[in-house]
Design a protein around this ligand. Structure first.
Ligand SMILES: N[C@@H](CCC(=O)N[C@@H](CS)C(=O)NCC(=O)O)C(=O)O
Length: 72
């Protein structure tokens, strides 16, 4: 299953979510609370060392930067 880590208030997360919906790419959404800095905790930094959302995992690929992610 593809996984999209994002935040519901993040415009960058919305762009990726919208793209997945338009292309009918199935994914599970994982909400990351950037207000409590969940994105800066070791568990999330193992997913994205930059500590930012969105992150899209389409195994075996993990896309971290929004431009790369939308292009992929
Ligand atoms: N340069 C990043 C921008 C991503 C970004 O700005 N994410 C914001 C939310 S829209 C974020 O994670 N902010 C929390 C933080 O930086 O701690 C990219 O291209 O993906």
């Amino acid at each position: 299953m593809n996984t999209l880590y994002g935040n519901k208030f993040s415009g960058n997360s919305y762009k990726v979510r919208l793209t997945c919906e338009l292309l009918n790419i199935k994914y599970q959404w994982v909400e990351i609370n950037i207000l409590t800095q969940e994105n800066r905790q070791p568990e999330f930094l193992r997913i994205n060392s930059l500590g930012q959302v969105p992150v899209l995992q389409i195994e075996p690929v993990t896309c971290q930067l929004i431009a790369n992610l939308l292009y992929y």
